[in-house]
Design a protein around this ligand. Structure first.
Ligand SMILES: Cc1ncc(COP(=O)(O)O)c(C=O)c1O
Length: 380
């Protein structure tokens, strides 16, 4: 198919869920992708953060080839080694106790919601303003923005969405947990005030409710630590991961602290924990560790934010970031800027209308960052 045929085919045969630019991506290497016409783009949205170690990783391709020739999926009716290896690794990295493996961020959050209800025998989950937790019914009920929810009533009951400073007053005898992102990605890389998570941990302890952290976007080393909570000096009762964990091979993980567990038959998944995705995730984590990509995220993130601040464009309101999760809030809407950047060979996206969001692979170099900032400067 040529470019025109792919775009026409998408419009005819796929459901209308995304508005896409008019080029067709075909292959990638590291932080770069190429379209069907041979145009090269610097990919600094990286599959909304799912491309953690870069495109076209040969090591990952070898792992996928080797594993797919052995076993792809047996379902969870049987023991397989890669999922146990992965769970062991995630337990070690998180300091928590057990893992349930699924296939996406929203599923990882659904699992967390079910666990919270089962463990506490209570119904209510408190989430906060601007939260985004996914598109399925539990995660969607905890998501703040009506634009994701308005056509899908009735919503799952038991969700209470409050301002971030009103969590404690929203707790009742029915509250099972608070669910929150350490940095709100879809809201435009929005940070909570200093000390917020320590206070929230204390509130949850005092009221004997669970703290669920949704690290679907912040996890896997993106912010400079494997989990963002490790920068805040707290530990959640449940944490969820997805996106970059297997570099784009679908996977989700829900990791729990001591005593929070299902019972046989109380949860399940046909594909969750399959050999292919688990092997991919093990490879990705080993690359993150061997290539010191969390250190790179810290160093390059600081450099990137600094260079963005130097732009001093009147269109820029604020630059916010931790590691390689960076938002540039504009005084104008970001849609046109995103389009102009793509014309000049830079892929970024816009979160919450006015914030350009950068989630590049953790392999990003100074040279690539300079290129990105150069293009953005010209466009602004
Ligand atoms: C914080 C957060 N939670 C959950 C999700 C949903 O993940 P998925 O799209 O893999 O279902 C996202 C996706 O952007 C997210 O950013």
């Amino acid at each position: 198919m040529n470019t025109r045929q792919v775009i026409g085919g998408e419009r005819e045969f796929l459901m209308s869920t995304y508005t896409r630019p008019d080029f067709v991506l075909e292959h990638g290497r590291g932080c770069y992708v190429w379209d069907k016409e041979g145009k090269k783009y610097l990919d600094f949205i990286g599959g909304i953060g799912s491309c953690l170690i870069g495109h076209g990783d040969i090591g990952l391709a070898k792992v996928l080839e080797k594993q797919s020739k052995k076993l792809i999926n047996t379902t969870n009716l049987f023991y397989t080694e890669p999922q146990v290896e992965l769970a062991k690794k995630l337990v070690k990295l998180s300091g928590l106790s057990r893992v349930f493996l699924s296939n996406s961020g929203t599923e990882a959050n659904e699992c967390a919601i079910k666990l919270a209800r089962k463990h506490t025998k209570k119904s209510d989950i408190i989430t906060v303003r601007f939260a985004f937790h996914g598109r399925t019914f539990g995660s969607m009920a905890g998501t703040w923005d009506e634009k994701y929810k308005k056509d899908f009533q009735p919503h799952l009951p038991g969700f209470v969405i409050v301002n971030e400073n009103e969590v404690e007053s929203a707790i009742t005898e029915n509250t099972a947990a608070v669910m929150i992102e350490p940095i709100q990605g879809e809201a435009g890389v929005r940070f909570f005030r200093e000390g917020y998570f320590k206070q929230l941990r204390e509130i949850c302890n005092r009221h004997n409710i669970l703290l669920i952290l949704d690290e679907v976007q912040t996890g896997n080393g993106r912010t400079g630590k494997f989990f963002a909570y490790q920068s805040y000096g707290i530990k959640p009762d449940i944490v969820t991961l997805a996106k970059g964990l297997a570099n784009g091979v679908p996977i989700g993980a829900t990791i729990t602290g001591k005593g929070i567990n299902f019972t046989p038959g109380s949860h399940g998944s046909t594909f969750g924990g399959n050999c292919l995705a688990s092997s991919a995730a093990l490879h990705v984590i080993s690359v993150v560790e061997k290539k010191k990509l969390m250190e790179n995220a810290r160093k390059m993130g600081a450099y990137f934010s600094g260079e963005l601040r130097k732009l001093k464009s009147p269109c820029i309101k604020e630059v916010r970031g931790l590691g390689l999760m960076i938002g540039v809030e504009l005084n104008i809407t970001g849609k046109e800027i995103v389009g102009r950047c793509a014309e000049k060979g830079l892929l970024v996206n816009c979160a919450h209308e006015r914030t350009l969001r950068f989630l590049p692979p953790l392999t990003a170099t100074k040279k690539e960052i300079d290129k990105c900032v150069g293009i953005l400067g010209q466009v602004l």
